[in-house]
Design a binder for this molecule. Structure first.
Ligand SMILES: [Zn+2]
Length: 282
């Protein structure tokens, strides 16, 4: 997960149909019977046709939580950061959820189906457990849970948000151990937000650990060839061709850290460390 600058809202988010829908939902909950949630198939504004492309563009076709490039293989889920219809609290689905944020632009994130849906995943140690965000939205203090529009600003959120948090301060990755643990994610400095995000989105699920490890293997091959290129330059500092090769190797490595690259947050951690401690270019 990486920090993303809040993108401009698509035109539909301020169009009449969206504002009308929000109004209808607010009115519904003003006279709510306390049991029946607003029908989920009636929420249409967040599915306006410009929302999906706007999210795909802002996140370069990657999942907001796990940075898997979904655009080539699957239909992205428009995920409600704060669930719109009910929240899972102590294992039970509790309505009404954050109905007033159903079409709020900053509450919509692109997600792969694994991060978004609750289902069985294999976690480290061959533990199988149901993970995936679905209706989860844990708070550090349940007493801070918003019950009406505006109250969400006082909540003690635990799930990282790419516009509001700096995920790299809360998450860290394992690499260079040459073991199966390469590509694992863990909370940085015991961050509660980091731990909650890993748990809720299942960021330690088997397929994802493996995909990150494969990316690391590829990156490490590039790092080795940069070190070779640097050694060559040290031996023959006046050879322009060798200098040129080293420059190219460094440019290749930087590609892994670009915003659009898969697992860029993990690769940045590795590359920053490599540049500083091995290549000595900081
Ligand atoms: Zn994902």
């Amino acid at each position: 997960m990486r920090r993303v600058r809040r993108p401009k809202a698509p035109p539909s988010s301020s169009e009449k149909a969206t504002l009308d829908e929000r109004e209808t939902i607010l009115r519904y909950y003003e006279h709510w019977d306390g049991r029946t949630p607003y029908p989920s198939d009636k929420y249409k504004a967040y599915r306006a046709k410009d929302v999906r492309p706007a999210l795909t563009e802002a996140f370069f076709g990657k999942c907001a939580y796990c940075e898997t490039y979904y655009a080539s293989t699957q239909q992205m889920a428009i995920e409600h950061y704060r669930p719109k219809g009910a929240v899972k609290i102590d294992g039970a689905l509790v309505p009404p959820g954050y109905y007033w944020l159903a079409s709020e632009w900053t509450n919509l994130l692109p997600s792969c189906t694994d991060c978004n849906s609750a289902r069985g995943q294999e976690l480290p140690g061959s533990v199988e457990r149901t993970v995936g965000k679905a209706n989860a939205f844990p708070l550090a203090s349940e007493a801070s849970r918003a019950k009406a529009p505006g109250e969400e600003h006082h909540e003690k959120r635990l799930v990282l948000h790419p516009y509001l948090d700096f995920p790299e301060r809360h998450l860290t990755f394992t690499w260079g151990t040459g073991t199966i643990e390469d590509g694992w994610i863990s909370p940085r400095r015991r961050s509660r937000k980091g731990a909650a995000t890993i748990e809720v989105c299942g960021l330690q699920r088997r397929g994802l650990r493996r995909a990150r490890r494969e990316r690391l293997d590829l990156l490490q091959a590039h790092l080795r060839s940069a070190l070779d290129a640097q050694r060559n330059v040290q031996r023959h500092p006046d050879d322009d061709e060798l200098v040129q090769q080293l420059t190219q190797r460094i440019a290749d490595i930087r590609q892994f850290t670009n915003d659009e690259a898969p697992y860029a947050a993990m690769c940045r951690e590795v590359v920053d460390d490599f540049f500083e401690h091995q290549l000595g270019i900081g």
